[in-house]
Write a protein that binds this ligand. Structure first.
Ligand code: HEM
Length: 148
């Protein structure tokens, strides 16, 4: 592992750990529905569009998405994000395990995607506390995505 990827690994690892810890300390804003805190339908769509842009310019992960259908990914990522944040959606895509099996997603790639999502949320103006609540939920999905 190069110094650069080691650095980026530890940065993401600490970001996720910190997110989990911070979200465990419940402040008053944590009582707000997370989907609402993200801006509801418009907010989640903006995050997804920013996220797709971040992925498109991210050399660390773009190869994974070479054969992906962007419209399908967008639709199901939005549905999944909505469901994950207690929004009023039913997720109709494939399970995360079935979707990511055989992709050989590495820990470094997972952490890079988390950083892309953080950048997407920053661009959408999402408050850090709200970002941490979502990152904590994403961290719980880790084993379904990294199946090496
Ligand atoms: C917690 C993190 C993640 C979540 C919540 C997530 C969620 C999703 C969802 C909902 C889909 C669409 C499923 C469908 O088409 O039925 C999807 C597709 C996909 N994901 Fe992820 N994903 C995550 C992490 C990753 C990572 C780390 C990678 C690779 C670096 C990745 C690569 C892909 C690719 C390439 C597709 C498109 C598959 C295709 O259309 O053939 N995902 N993901």
């Amino acid at each position: 592992m190069s110094v650069i990827s080691e650095f980026s690994f530890s940065k993401s690892f600490y970001a996720l750990t910190l997110a989990a810890l911070l979200s465990a300390c419940s402040g008053t804003q944590d009582t707000e529905n997370l989907y609402t805190a993200l801006g509801g339908e418009a907010g989640v769509e903006e995050i997804a569009d920013n996220f797709i842009m971040e992925i498109a310019y991210d050399d660390r992960v773009i190869a994974y998405f070479e054969d992906a259908n962007v419209d399908r990914f967008r639709q199901f990522f939005i549905e999944h994000l909505c469901m994950l944040t207690d929004g009023p959606c039913v997720y109709t895509g494939d399970t995360l395990i079935d979707t990511h099996v055989g992709m050989n997603v590495t820990v470094a790639a997972f952490n890079a995607i988390v950083e892309d999502l953080m950048a997407a949320m920053n661009k959408a103006g999402i408050a850090i506390g709200t970002q941490n609540r979502l990152l904590a939920r994403m961290a719980e999905l880790r084993e379904q995505i990294i199946q090496m």
